[in-house]
Design a protein around this ligand. Structure first.
Ligand SMILES: *Cc1c(COP(=O)(O)O)cnc(C)c1O
Length: 389
């Protein structure tokens, strides 16, 4: 065997996003024991930073030792017991994954579909909640498969009104658009590190409200997933009364998350959101100048995930392959019913920069003209530059 030397890529797909040199450097710092007092200080700082980022001052906030899907699993497995009714909104891949998981937890799932490319249908969710008491309402705030943002405030308010606990998938939203557990009065929120936090994949920040923790304590049966049982996790991460060994925290990965949070708060949360919005506007202006169309209506678009319709007659896989080979630039393909219909261009975290926007437009124009399409790159760059200032 030889050491693995990855190619140098620019990541503008649906995640992972580019990891900044300072986060990569943090990952390489010396490993300490997970019960070392210095490491425990780091754990406390991460918990506090996550509570600030979710705006969840009263929630139990911890990073789970596995990617975003583990946050989803933790939310559903802790709150749901066999026979519980769960209303789950589906407007893309990740809502569908929640339905599958809730079914495996033994829940009676009421699925509320909305077309891919549209936000969660608030009225349809309300009708489902009104049709009988539900323990949980789960939905995806930022659907990465379509690039759509749903109305988390309205959906969490509906859950409260109908006595259900809300589960909000914030994997792609956290750090890209405002997430506000306190204002929404949301119960369980989860995210991932490789989207807008721009750390490597492998951790899932979660937040559990006091109401959610009470519901877990009142379960008739133990949580069926031992690793993700929030009561056991909090005996490790909680700090009060000393820590008891539960698992070995992924120490160096947590150095990376910590550094990405330091960077985020240095820049300022508001500034980070403004940067994502500006890069998105510039990219869309450039794409439209190339003659391309967006899938999602402007008012529902996510700045950090841009779904672009593939023009007729274009070999979409060949375009992505050329961008990767010639430009070392990765963008994403469509999933499910959008396979072959869209490209997904991420502007997440460190990948949301003017340089990324210009490079992506240049690479895409090159790949499109290689397919014989007439594109005006100068016009696209000028349109983007106008928004970049
Ligand atoms: C990426 C993503 C997930 C899954 O996260 P992994 O880190 O891939 O496990 C869940 N939900 C949404 C909305 C995502 O974008």
């Amino acid at each position: 065997m030889q050491s693995f030397q990855p190619p140098r890529r620019i990541l503008m797909g649906p995640g992972p996003s580019d990891v900044s040199p300072r986060v990569l450097a943090a990952l390489a710092r010396p490993t300490v024991g997970h019960l070392d007092p210095a490491f425990q200080d780091l754990m406390e700082e991460i918990k506090a930073a996550l509570a600030r980022l979710f705006n969840a001052p009263g929630h139990a906030c911890v990073p789970l030792p596995a990617p975003g899907t583990a946050g989803m699993e933790a939310a559903l497995m802790n709150l749901l017991e066999p026979g519980d009714r769960a209303v789950i909104a589906v407007n893309g891949v990740f809502g569908g994954r929640m339905v599958d998981m809730a079914g495996r937890a033994g829940a009676e799932v009421v699925r509320v579909d909305a077309p891919w490319g549209q936000p969660v249908d608030v009225a349809a969710v309300e009708a489902a909640l009104a049709s009988g008491p539900a323990k949980v309402l789960a939905f995806v705030h930022a659907e990465t498969s379509t690039g759509v943002r749903s109305d988390a405030a309205a959906l969490c308010a509906l859950a409260r009104r109908h006595g259900a606990l809300s589960i909000v998938d914030c994997v792609t939203s956290l750090g890209g658009v405002p997430v506000d557990a306190a204002a929404w009065d949301a119960d369980v929120l989860y995210s991932g590190t490789q989207k807008c936090l721009s750390a490597p994949p492998g951790l899932s920040p979660v937040a559990f409200s006091p109401r959610a923790l009470e519901a877990v304590a009142a379960r008739k049966s133990p949580v069926r997933n031992w690793l993700l049982d929030v009561s056991l996790l909090m005996s490790y991460w909680g700090g009060e009364g000393g820590r008891t060994y539960h698992h070995t925290a992924p120490i160096n990965a947590l150095y990376g998350l910590h550094e990405s949070l330091v960077a985020l708060f240095e820049e300022g949360q508001q500034a980070v959101f403004v940067r994502h919005a500006r890069m998105h506007e510039a990219l869309v202006a450039g794409l439209e100048a190339l003659g391309l169309e967006m899938l999602v209506a402007p008012e529902h678009r996510l700045p950090q995930l841009n779904t672009v319709r593939i023009p007729e007659g274009v070999d979409e896989a060949a375009v992505r392959a050329r961008m990767l080979e010639r430009w070392d630039l990765e963008i994403g393909a469509g999933l499910g019913p959008l396979k072959g219909q869209v490209w997904r261009i991420g502007l997440m975290g460190a990948s949301a920069s003017p340089w990324h926007v210009r490079l992506c437009l240049t690479a895409l124009a090159d790949a499109l003209s290689a397919q014989g399409r007439e594109v005006d790159l100068d016009a696209a760059l000028a349109a983007a530059s106008e928004r970049l200032g």
